[in-house]
Design a protein around this ligand. Structure first.
Ligand SMILES: *Cc1c(COP(=O)(O)O)cnc(C)c1O
Length: 406
């Protein structure tokens, strides 16, 4: 079977031109939409007409033409039938999970997930009667063992944050199907590189805030899923996006859409540089974790799941053992070498560095951090694509020597 190619899929969908033949689409900023015939209004409320059925829009918390255009492109990229864009990645995660799970239901989740997702599952959901069992993402059997009759969802990240453990999506899909659960995969770290839906995921989520937008200037998310699930999320009576209201603004949708055409080029460059730099540092004797290196415990697994040509992504970690040493290294890299920026988040065109244990994963208790293999001196580096690669490699080599990592 030919590998899935997101770039090919994205060129197959209808191209949106702007008003007056603009090469860029227009932004539909209306909150509400006129119907020329009063009967149409009733048909929209009855569900007989809509944006995908007669081209009728009602109100922009429901569907908006500009947001819907972005959703169609993201669905094509992820190989799903449809998609809903949301105001943040967390909105996408919480809306999708709350649509599926009710009080009394159970989730089996990877223990290596984004800090906010961990807090949602571990602290907020129990208040709503939804319980989660956390298991290591690299152990499919642990997922199956944790399943109960009331388990509705298996949840994981393709590449887990921040220890870069890889999930065996085909194995998790088989387990989910066997037990009638829905497999939800957060693919934020690996857009284009991995297409979870072709590997058996039912719902694919992104924080668009990261690589997909790529400029660290918007917060946004998407749920890529079946048409049926889109209509559940947007249902006028029970839809979690419709009723809880984490709606994406049309201007945000336009901004992201203008950056989608170069996502593939960016991902290839992020991957190319991360591979070269992580290999160079490892050869020097620095303790590096990067899925593209044969030393990564699941290098073969992720290789088997990759689409062709996008590499292994732009994120690697450097083990500094202590928080002090990690801080010292980041300080030199930012303030002396001008190599990158000390900031949370990832997928920016410049390098972003953070010490995960005391920042984006600080919601996770220290004992649990230890169990998931997260050390206090671990720096997560989202490698940028600015400057020249040889210069960047020189800068980081000088810095690791200065702090005595080698
Ligand atoms: C950032 C992030 C989120 C949350 O996304 P927001 O857009 O900040 O709400 C979820 N999952 C992962 C893997 C992330 O990196």
């Amino acid at each position: 079977m030919d590998k899935f190619c997101p770039e090919k899929e994205m060129t197959k969908i209808r191209r949106e031109f702007g008003e007056h033949g603009g090469v860029s689409p227009s932004i539909s900023r209306s909150s509400t939409f006129t119907v020329m015939d009063p009967k149409v209004m009733q048909e929209i409320f009855e569900g007989a007409r809509g944006p995908h059925n007669g081209g009728c829009f009602l109100y922009s918390r429901h569907f908006n033409p500009t947001v819907d255009t972005l959703a169609r492109e993201l669905a094509a990229m992820e190989g799903t039938e449809s998609a809903v864009c949301t105001a943040s990645g967390m909105a996408a995660i919480s809306s999708a999970l709350l649509q599926i799970c009710h009080s009394g239901d159970h989730i089996v989740s990877s223990d290596t997930v984004y800090g906010g997702t961990h807090a949602l599952l571990d602290e907020l959901f129990p208040e709503m009667g939804i319980e989660t069992t956390f298991v290591p993402p690299d152990d499919p059997q642990a997922f199956e063992d944790a399943i109960r009759p009331e388990t509705k969802v298996i949840y994981t990240e393709t590449v887990g944050n921040p220890t870069l453990k890889v999930s065996d999506i085909p194995a998790l899909s088989t387990i989910a199907k066997r037990h009638g659960a829905i497999l939800v995969v957060d693919n934020t770290f690996s857009p284009m590189m991995v297409t979870p839906s072709v590997l058996g995921a039912d719902i694919v989520i992104h924080s668009l805030t990261k690589y997909i937008n790529g400029a660290s200037d918007v917060i946004a998310g998407v749920v890529c899923c079946s048409k049926d699930f889109v209509y559940q999320l947007m249902d006028l009576h029970r839809g979690r996006v419709m009723l809880l209201g984490p709606t994406m603004d049309a201007r945000t949708a336009f901004d992201i859409q203008q950056r989608l055409p170069h996502l593939a080029v960016r991902m290839k460059e992020h991957s190319h540089r991360a591979m070269a730099m992580s290999k160079h540092l490892q050869d020097l004797g620095v303790e590096i974790n990067y899925p593209g290196l044969p030393s990564h415990p699941q290098h073969d697994l992720i290789t088997s799941m990759l689409n062709e040509g996008y590499g292994y992504g732009g994120i690697f970690t450097i083990e500094c053992e202590t928080t002090e040493k990690a801080d010292q290294l980041m300080n030199i890299l930012q303030n002396k070498e001008r190599f990158g920026l000390i900031a949370v988040s990832l997928g920016y065109f410049d390098t972003l560095m953070s010490c995960s244990a005391s920042s984006t994963s600080s919601e996770i208790a220290q004992e649990k951090q230890k169990r998931m293999g997260l050390s206090p001196g671990l720096i997560r580096l989202s490698l940028g694509i600015t400057g020249t690669l040889p210069d960047r490699i020189e800068q980081i080599e000088r810095a690791v020597r200065e702090v005595g990592l080698i």
